[in-house]
Design a protein. Structure first.
Lengths: 253, 234
């Protein structure tokens, strides 16, 4: 298995054609709204709508499944524990100090649906446009430019550093190193990590030199330009309406 | 165009990289800078583009003194540097954004920048590839994209540090054609003496931070001289 993260080439879709600023604002609002939900009904509807959004956004199936699979894997320990930690509701099963409640099960299912819905919306946002376009839109919406550009630089150099990590792993393997729970293995991994950090720092210095040589004075500029259309505003208003409706239902329910 | 007189530079750890180096490159000349590892080639380039600070008055590039703060700020518009590793130079998320980085820093209007980006990519044979992401480019493409980033700034002086590093034979051959087609004054630091022979009219041999000798590219055939300074004659 490669350690390299996959770079996604965005596909054309009705969502991809929207102005990135409106899209980002709408999706951010949707994510915030879904995070507020705590009842199963609105969470189920949010999950259904998020999956529909992913379909409209033509999110690549394998790319989506790989990431959702990882997320669910990380969620499993919480989903197993949660039904045993909620005291209210009917006790479905009991053994000494352990007890499983119906409310606990509902909380676990709601948590799973909410999380998958949240991540689906975020993945759809990432799949709709190249990251630099989404981040440029974030800059236009008032996110500090320094933060935007640090994120872009991080994204760019993650691939370079992972390449270096791969080379280090191969170099270790061809010299007979196998990872094990031994002092030698821990020491070797520590040294390899140190090498990677030193190389990263060295590279950062070179990048800074290259930037200064091309006139960088601490301010980032971009060529990205955006134009709003009525359909962008309609999408945003629709999102506000749906999210408000879900939150209202959740609060009342 | 490039005038260096008795330039000395010592790194903070006490290592002396340049020890009274004197070179002159005239406008429009293409000069090869050769020497073994640690001879001071990269340090000289970093001094010429103002990244490393040396004593004022020791050099001028395109009429500007890199040690003078006010003049150093004008250097990027006149001097372009291609670094050894193109990954250090391609820091933007797409090729187009990267080529536009320099012209945008020069404060040029967006339309002018777009024209320059298209023109520079065309000159390195990468027309229409502005949406590609740097980590998906081959070694040769990265090098060409890095050169396009400089060409978009219209520099009078080009400093190329080990330009053929990481290139396969075909990429190297394409690079030689590209360098020969580049306008302006060129100073090319390289161990690749065949590339120097094919792209330069004159060579300067440096070792231990000093000029050993300089002359026509026939110098590269002097096996004994090259051997003495850790190089191989071509």
């Amino acid at each position: 298995m490669s350690l390299n993260p996959e770079h996604l080439a965005p596909r054309d879709s009705p969502l991809a054609r929207r102005d990135p600023r409106w899209r980002l604002a709408a999706f951010a609002l949707a994510i915030a709204g879904i995070a507020l939900l705590h009842t199963p009904g609105p969470s189920a509807v949010a999950l259904t709508l998020a999956l529909a959004l992913a379909l409209v956004g033509r999110v690549p199936g394998r790319w989506y499944r790989d990431r959702i699979g990882l997320l669910l894997l990380a969620l499993v320990p919480f989903l197993i524990v949660v039904p045993f930690t909620v005291d209210r509701g009917e006790r479905l099963w009991e053994w000494r100090f352990l007890h499983l409640t119906d409310s606990g099960l509902v909380v676990a299912v709601t948590l799973a649906m909410k999380t998958v819905a949240l991540v689906t919306v975020a993945l759809t946002l990432l799949a709709c446009a190249p990251l630099h376009v989404t981040l440029a839109a974030a800059g236009k919406l008032g996110v500090p430019k320094l933060l935007v550009h640090l994120t872009l630089l991080t994204y760019r150099y993650v691939f370079v550093l992972l390449d270096e990590l791969n080379r280090l792993r191969i170099a270790l393997r061809v010299r007979g190193f196998r990872n094990a729970m031994t002092a030698h293995a821990y020491r070797t991994v520590g040294q390899a990590t140190g090498t990677l950090i030193v190389r990263g720092s060295d590279r950062a210095e070179h990048v800074a030199q290259a930037m200064r040589c091309r006139g960088f004075d601490g301010r980032f500029h971009t060529l990205a330009t955006f134009r709003s259309k009525p359909a962008d505003v309609v999408m945003f208003i629709l999102t506000v309406g749906i999210v408000s409706g879900l939150v209202a239902w959740d609060v009342r329910g | 165009m490039i005038d260096v007189r008795d330039l000395r530079f010592t790194y903070p750890d006490g290592r002396r990289a340049l020890d009274g180096l004197t070179i002159h490159v005239s406008a429009g000349e293409s000069v090869g800078l050769i020497g073994p590892n640690g001879a001071g080639k990269t340090t000289l380039f970093l001094c010429l583009c103002g990244v490393l600070r040396s004593s004022p008055g020791a050099m001028t590039v395109a009429g500007l003194d890199p040690c003078d703060l006010a003049q150093r700020k004008q250097l990027p518009a006149h001097v372009g540097v291609v670094f050894q590793n193109p990954d250090d130079q391609l820091f933007s998320s797409t090729v187009g954004e990267d080529v536009a980085f320099g012209p945008l820093n020069l404060g040029l209007p967006a339309d002018e920048v777009r024209t320059r980006v298209a023109d520079a990519l065309g000159r390195v044979g990468m027309t229409g590839q502005d949406e590609r992401v740097p980590f998906q480019l081959s070694g040769g493409e990265k090098r060409r994209a890095a050169i396009a980033g400089l060409l978009a700034m219209h520099p009078e002086v080009l400093l190329l540090d080990e330009p053929s590093m990481f290139l396969d034979p075909r990429g190297r051959r394409e690079l030689i054609g590209l360098i020969n087609a580049l306008p302006g004054t060129k100073l090319i630091a390289s161990h690749d003496l065949a590339l120097v022979r094919d792209t330069c009219s004159r060579v300067i041999l440096i070792d231990s931070g000093r000029v050993v000798t300089e002359g026509k590219t026939e110098l590269l055939k002097d096996a004994e001289l090259m051997e003495r300074h850790g190089l191989e004659a071509v």
